[in-house]
Design a protein around this ligand. Structure first.
Ligand code: PSU
Ligand code: MN
Length: 303
């Protein structure tokens, strides 16, 4: 594995000593947030994770190698490259073999984190089942990755650009625990709660760490999805978002956007349609998730 994977020395030392490490995806910086908010956000996540006593490890592909733990200058260069690929499970071998550069999605980051022995990962929102799946069969690789790879993913739910009820049905079918953190409703990224009920709730990082131990000690492979609602002051109005989402989906159809370009296209449109508000909300929930992931990683490492 050392043939393809490099770890920053401080991350390797922490991993070897059994100390808490949190993986962070890079797609959100390379393809999700505008410059310079992306780099400022990365610095905030770094500080938030360290403040809780864990180490942050941004995951990416650099010159055909998996990198665990990017520094600020490396991230700035990666985000500025026009040829930085969006790397999910199916893209990983291709980009590595070609010696290329990539930002990892939730599925790509889970794979790399598991290879590196990191069990807790913080992101913004996961991919899921898309609206109109009956026509397109568009289901994010994130969901199958959650079913098979032993990493806990802390998110703020999923964006309403997706078919949220079907996303939850799919996760249930695949045997993925979906945990509400301090809530029994599925959060929808910019929105704290939806009408969708979650059957599993934990109110402390320790309870989540206990669940992770229990699942993996039973030999039940696969991830756990921890759903952490956006902090109240940053939450957005559900109706405003639904209108923006419908506009964005119509624009994507009109422009003939398909495949892996769909998610970035919709995110871009919604940001434009809701003004800067959605960007500020995005940053706030990312920081909130990084903090919780760090607390879970610390509790998991302590057991
Ligand atoms: N959802 C968001 N923001 C994001 C993504 C999803 O609200 O940045 C990114 C994540 O990296 C996620 C990926 O893993 O998009 C899913 O892409 P797709 O739908 O093509 O599987
Ligand atoms: Mn897709």
């Amino acid at each position: 594995m050392d043939n393809v994977l490099d770890m920053a020395p401080e991350i390797r030392a922490a991993r070897d000593a059994g100390r808490a490490v949190v993986a962070i995806e890079s797609t959100v910086f390379a393809h999700g947030l505008p410059h310079p908010t992306n780099l400022e956000t990365a610095a905030r996540l770094d500080a938030a994770v360290r403040h809780e006593g864990a180490l942050p490890a941004i995951v990416a592909i650099i010159a055909g190698r998996i990198r665990i733990g990017l520094d600020a200058a490396e991230l700035a260069r990666l985000a500025a490259r026009p040829d930085t690929a969006k790397v999910s499970r199916r893209d990983l071998a291709y980009v590595l073999a070609a010696g290329g550069y990539g930002a990892t999605t939730v599925s790509g980051t889970m794979i790399a984190a598991a290879m590196a022995g990191i069990r807790v990962f913080s992101t913004g929102g996961i991919g899921g089942v898309h609206r109109g799946v009956e026509e397109t069969m568009d289901v994010s690789a994130d969901l199958d990755e959650l079913a098979r790879t032993d990493v806990a993913v802390v998110c703020a739910g999923a964006k309403a650009i997706l078919d949220l009820p079907r996303t939850l049905e799919y996760l249930e079918t695949k045997g993925v625990p979906v945990i509400g953190y301090g809530t029994d409703r599925f959060p929808a990224f910019y929105v704290r709660r939806t009408a969708l009920r979650l059957d599993q709730r934990c109110d402390t990082p320790e309870a989540i760490a206990r669940l992770l131990r229990t699942k993996w000690s039973l030999g039940l492979a696969g991830g756990v999805l921890v759903c952490n609602p956006i902090p109240e002051p940053h939450a957005m109005d559900a109706d405003v978002l639904e209108r923006a989402t419908e506009h964005a989906i119509a624009a994507a159809a009109a422009a003939g956007v398909t495949g892996k370009a769909i998610t970035p296209f919709l995110l871009d449109r919604i940001a434009a349609l809701t003004g800067g508000e959605s960007i500020a909300a995005n940053v706030a929930l990312l920081e909130n998730n990084a903090r919780l992931a760090a607390r879970i990683a610390v509790a998991f490492a302590a057991r």
